[in-house]
Structure formats: C-alpha cells, structure tokens
Design a protein around this ligand. Sequence first.
Ligand SMILES: NC(=O)c1ccc[n+]([C@@H]2O[C@H](COP(=O)([O-])OP(=O)(O)OC[C@H]3O[C@@H](n4cnc5c(N)ncnc54)[C@H](OP(=O)(O)O)[C@@H]3O)[C@@H](O)[C@H]2O)c1
Length: 284
Amino acid sequence: MKIAVTSASGKLGAEIVQNLINEIGKENVIGIARTTKKAEHLGVEIREGDYNNRAQFDLALKGVDAVLLVSGMDDPQKRIQQHRNVIEAAKANGVKKIVYTSIIGAEENTAFSPIVQSNRQTEEDVKASGLDWVIGRNGIYIEPDLEYLENYATEGEIRNCAGDGLCGYTSRAELGYAYAQMLLKEEHNQQTYNLAGEAITQTQLAELINAVYGTHLTYNAVSVSAYEAERKAALGDFIGSVIAGIYEGIKIGAQHVPSDYEKAAGRAHKSHVEIIKAFKKREL
Ligand SMILES: NC(=O)c1ccc[n+]([C@@H]2O[C@H](COP(=O)([O-])OP(=O)(O)OC[C@H]3O[C@@H](n4cnc5c(N)ncnc54)[C@H](OP(=O)(O)O)[C@@H]3O)[C@@H](O)[C@H]2O)c1
C-alpha cells in the first residue's frame, strides 16, 4: 500500500508524512511537494507536484493507492481548480482513495467565508470523484498563537474580535495522527469528520498560555471592524481581512461544533495544556 501526501513541504503535510512513516514505514510513503527540497528532510521518496500543474500530478500519483490532499493557500477561486487537478489525476491514475483536509468555519457572513466555501466545493468534488474518500474539517491550529507569543507578551494581552466565542482549537500534530488513521482504515471511508479539540474562549486560551509559559496575558475583545483595520494595516488587505474573518467566525459560534476527533483518530484529542507544553519543549 503506497500512500502519497501533497504539500509535504508544509507543516501539516510533514506531520501527516511522519505519522504515516510510524504506521507503515518510510518505503510506503511518498511526499509530493511544489518545492521538493523543502520536503527532502522527511526521508521518504519526494515527487514534484504544484497544484497548478496537472501533468506533474499524473506522474506523482503513478503507483499510488491513496492520496492525502492538503488544501491550498491560493485565492479561494483558484483553489477549486487546483484541487480538481489533483482529483482528476488521482482518478486517471488508478488511485483508490482520496482524503482531503477541509476546514471548519462560517460558510456565510465573514471575510473568511469565501475560503470556507471553496473548501466545501472541493468536498463536493472529492465526493463526486467515484473514489473512496474521507474528509476532515480541521479546527483552528493553536500553534500560530504560540508562535506569536513574543508579540502577545510585549503587549501583555491577546486582542482580537472573537469576544466570548468558543473555539475547538486543534494542532497540526493531532491532525497528523488522525489523518494517518483516516488514510489507513477502511472504516473511515465515505465519512466527513470535524477534527477539533476542546472548545475554549480567548480568555481561557490566555490562562492556559499563562499556566505553561508563566506569562501574565489578559484577553481584550475589540470590535470586528477595529480588528479588521488593525490586521489589514499589519498584514495587508487580503490576509488581514481573512484573519479578522476567522476571529469573527469564532465570535458567532462557527468554530464551536461537535468534534469527531476520537472517532477519526481512535483516541481522544490531547488537552490544550499537553499541546502547549509539547510546543514549548520543542521550542527550547
Ligand atoms: N486550520 C488552520 O488553522 C489553518 C491555518 C493555516 C492554514 N490552513 C490550511 O491548511 C493548509 C496546510 O497548512 P500548513 O500549516 O501546512 O501551512 P504551511 O506550513 O504554510 O504550508 C503550506 C503548504 O502549501 C503548499 N502550497 C502552496 N501553494 C501550492 C501549490 N500551488 N501547489 C502545491 N503546494 C502548494 C506549500 O508549498 P511550498 O513549500 O512550495 O510553498 C506548503 O507545502 C494550508 O494550505 C491552508 O489551506 C489551516
């Protein structure tokens, strides 16, 4: 059984590759990457695959039994065709199963919604492929908040527009474990899973970070428009409005959904304290 993982040069793709190596050995795992040299450290066969290039995927998917498609990073409208290039190449080259990393989120009314909608379209395309399929809808990763900790510590606060909204944060490592199981076990075929951890507020997130790192962060809620203006000034219009849209989604409850993590992974999701501690240890 040969399993290929796209975007293996990225952090999520790499986590999935590493979990698959643990399960089936490196000789049975193939990493596909646009920038192949960024994936070489994984120690598995690496093949070239840019989502814009269907011909590369026709080669990359030769002899592959199952493929994990990591959602792209491009403009939402471009992503749909990029993902179709992989799905079509999988169909044409005898791949039997496709697993897609989709996302939890508000389908309407936030600046993040066009991205959620493009993920929903790919879900439909995957289901219509005629292959066995599994869809994971990822919760928000907790790592970016930890990578941003120095800035939070300087400001003494976490500030955004999520208000009291609950968010079922997850981590790339937890997702990597679950996706390996979803690829390997037939019982998951034709299932869509919400992959999220315990739902917490931003105040609870600040408290958890304080407990592990000894910081003194507080949480301050600001309006969606104020936060959007701030993020656009810091990150540019596109990314700034997307980030504000993600936190607006938390505020309106879109990141508080029942989690199927345990069903997908065959074990409970780790606690946020465990994940933050593991992140801290890795950083040291
Ligand atoms: N749930 C969340 O909180 C969250 C947060 C951020 C992103 N996401 C989504 O999850 C995905 C994976 O996240 P990550 O943490 O692994 O992000 P990451 O570390 O930034 O990696 C992004 C990956 O996408 C690849 N990529 C971009 N454009 C591509 C293209 N045209 N063809 C092939 N590969 C392409 C990059 O390849 P190169 O190495 O060649 O650049 C890289 O491997 C993202 O792409 C995004 O859709 C989710």
